[in-house]
Design a protein around this ligand. Structure first.
Ligand code: HEM
Length: 142
């Protein structure tokens, strides 16, 4: 039984769930900020955002970290330059997750002062990071 491959499969499954949330949550913010505060529509966005973060993104992020670190120590990848660069980008991705979680709370409390254009712009951050991370782990350029 090739347990390393099973672990890598679990890693990729968790990545897909986490990335789906990282790409969708700021998109929800784009529409949420334009909904009148206290409206039925705003309440629906609040529920969607809270469930996405708590039921999918937080657990998926934890599984990505645990499986990623397990793969690293299993195969001794911690000596490789690409892994160091990848972890640096994943740290930034995790910081983006934390920032989105904070914005979700501020929006729910009616204390948001960002525009929909701002959320449209920061929506691109996880995409750019993901492209860099995937190239590093697949191509392993150094
Ligand atoms: C700190 C968190 C992470 C660590 C320590 C980590 C580490 C690793 C390691 C050691 C492998 C196995 C590489 C191999 O066997 O060739 C792997 C596979 C992979 N990782 Fe991560 N990873 C992390 C997070 C992520 C994230 C956030 C993404 C994407 C956004 C990602 C994308 C991938 C992909 C696509 C593979 C499969 C590569 C292949 O099949 O060759 N990882 N990761």
């Amino acid at each position: 039984m090739d347990y390393y491959s099973w672990l890598k499969a679990l890693h990729v499954i968790a990545i897909i769930a986490w990335m789906a949330g990282l790409l969708y949550l700021p998109r929800l913010f784009v529409y949420h900020v334009d909904a009148p505060t206290g409206s039925e529509q705003a309440r629906t966005f609040e529920i969607m955002e809270r469930r996405l973060l708590r039921a999918i993104m937080n657990p998926a992020m934890i599984v990505v970290w645990i499986t990623g670190l397990a793969l690293t120590f299993w195969a001794g990848w911690y000596k490789s330059g690409w892994l160091h660069a990848k972890v640096a980008l994943v740290v930034v991705l995790t910081a983006a997750h934390m920032y989105f979680a904070r914005q979700r709370r501020l929006l729910a409390e009616g204390r948001n002062d960002n525009t929909s254009g701002f959320y449209r712009a920061i929506n691109e951050i996880p995409t750019v990071l993901m492209i860099g991370i995937v190239i590093l782990v697949i191509v392993k350029p150094f």
